[in-house]
Design a binder for this molecule. Structure first.
Ligand code: UGA
Length: 437
């Protein structure tokens, strides 16, 4: 059993804290945001993430997990420290690592005995070296420590499952001792034969960006294929499914849609291109994936425009789904933001609804007309646009939808509605490469 401190209680920090404490370790999750820590100590979770509340409650009840703002105490107490603070997109597309730098300084100042210091936040390749330099500058007593990069691959909405059942654990370490410490942290996974990749810090940092960029390229690729399917009358679902039967391609992340969003792919693809520029490397495929993604979002607005005969002015449009994907309340870089702005610019009237993310979107569009059910949102509307693949939209009663709307016009940007049913009910509809199904 190890004493572990996790600095930062965002998605990665909180899920890691819950997961690692469930492995049997003593974990302190710390943050400078007192409001967040108070909320956690009251038994609430600041984010919507399936299964997280239960996992946290189990560890808190077993006295293996605590939340606090006492960052310095927690640094001194720990054998292993995970840095899991946010690295949002800064200016020029580069990641803003100021929070990571501040944490490194604090660790350096408070280093009191040997520790493994491990970064989980997604940081530009090469930042590990910088973190070590910052720690060294403040570590006046030259106390020994080892640095490690341990990137996370969890997805929002499936974060707990991804943490407890990962495809692999990547450990970029500066010593074998640090690797042994971290093997111990992940012992239950190690015993279950989860592959542990022991590599250098730089390689671990690279793996994280390479993985996210590759998935983003896959999505942009299938979106382009879907767009061509639209034009030539092919069904992208059959195409994607068949591509996926080739083990070299795999069926995952081949679902077409309104373009990728969230806090990771848009930010990490841009950051990777910027990092590469510094080394005079042109990441042409990643750049293309970014451009395709921008185009894909515009294409959704064009589709809506076409469905409404190029006249959105004064039309009532129900936007169903605001989160960047299902099972999350996160609206960062959500394609819904663009469609809302686009409809608004063309003079349309929006009624918005999301089962979970209304409040998050309210922070971006405070004056938007938010509804508390899809029924309310579609009532009297001239068109409905599905932006997020929530299950409650998948199981929508299309007859009811038609009866509630003032005219049956639907844009399904997630391809979740039954095309035969839409045709049978005489909907005027569009989706992403799946019209002929
Ligand atoms: C992503 C990665 O999947 C995680 O492995 C990684 O750990 C995480 O970023 C991160 O770097 O922290 P996340 O952004 O939570 O996770 O969500 P994804 O499920 O990957 O979806 C990202 C976007 O791609 C969403 O907008 C989603 O709708 C879109 N997407 C995904 C598609 O359009 N098609 C697909 O087939 C899959």
């Amino acid at each position: 059993m190890k004493r572990i401190t996790i600095i930062g209680t965002g998605y990665v920090g909180l899920v890691s804290g819950a997961g690692i404490s469930n492995f049997g370790h003593q974990v302190r999750c710390v943050d400078i945001d007192k409001q967040k820590i108070d909320l956690l100590n009251d038994g609430s979770i600041p984010i919507y993430e399936p299964e997280l509340k239960t996992l946290i409650a189990r560890s808190v009840n077993a006295k293996r997990l605590t939340f606090s703002v006492a960052v310095e105490d927690a640094i001194k107490w720990a054998e292993v420290i995970f840095i899991a603070v946010g690295t949002p997109q800064g200016e020029n597309g580069e990641a803003d690592i100021s929070a990571v730098i501040a944490v490194a300084e604090r660790i350096g100042i408070n280093l009191n005995n040997y520790k493994v210091i491990c970064t989980k936040s997604t940081i530009p390749i090469g930042t590990g070296q910088m973190i070590q330099k910052i720690i060294d500058q403040h570590n006046h007593d030259k106390i020994k420590y080892d640095y490690c990069s341990n990137p996370e691959f969890l997805r929002e909405g499936a974060a707990v499952r991804d943490f407890l059942h990962p495809d692999r654990i990547v450990l970029g370490t500066t010593s074998d001792k640090a690797f042994e410490y971290l093997k111990d942290v992940y012992r239950p996974l190690y015993i279950n034969e989860t592959p542990m990749v022991h590599t250098t810090v730089e390689t671990a940092e690279m793996i994280k960006y390479a993985a996210n960029a590759f998935l983003a390229i896959k999505i942009s690729y299938i979106n382009e294929v879907a767009n061509l399917c639209d034009e030539i009358g092919a069904d992208v679902h059959v195409v994607a499914k068949t591509l996926g039967t080739d083990g070299r391609i795999s069926p995952k992340f081949l679902h077409p849609g309104p373009g990728f969003g969230g806090s990771c792919f848009p930010k990490d693809t841009k950051a990777l291109v910027e990092i590469a520029k510094k080394y005079n490397i042109d990441m042409a495929t990643v750049t293309a994936a970014i451009e395709t993604n921008i185009f894909q979002r515009k294409r959704m607005l064009n589709k809506l425009n076409d469905l409404l005969d190029n006249d959105l002015k004064g039309k009532i449009i129900a936007v169903l789904g605001l989160a960047f994907k299902q099972e999350t309340d996160d609206v960062r870089e959500s394609p819904a933001i663009e469609i809302i702005t686009g409809i608004h610019d063309k003079g349309g009237i929006i009624k918005a609804y999301d089962p979970i993310a209304n409040d998050s979107m309210k922070e971006i569009f405070p004056a938007l007309d938010f509804k508390s059910s899809w029924y309310e949102a579609v009532e009297g509307s001239d068109a409905a646009v599905i932006m997020t693949e929530w299950n409650e939209f998948r199981s929508m009663d299309l007859e009811k939808l038609k009866n509630l709307m003032s005219q049956p016009v639907v844009l399904d940007t997630r391809n979740i509605l039954n095309v035969s049913e839409l045709k049978r009910l005489d909907f005027k509809f569009d989706n992403v490469g799946h019209r002929v199904a």
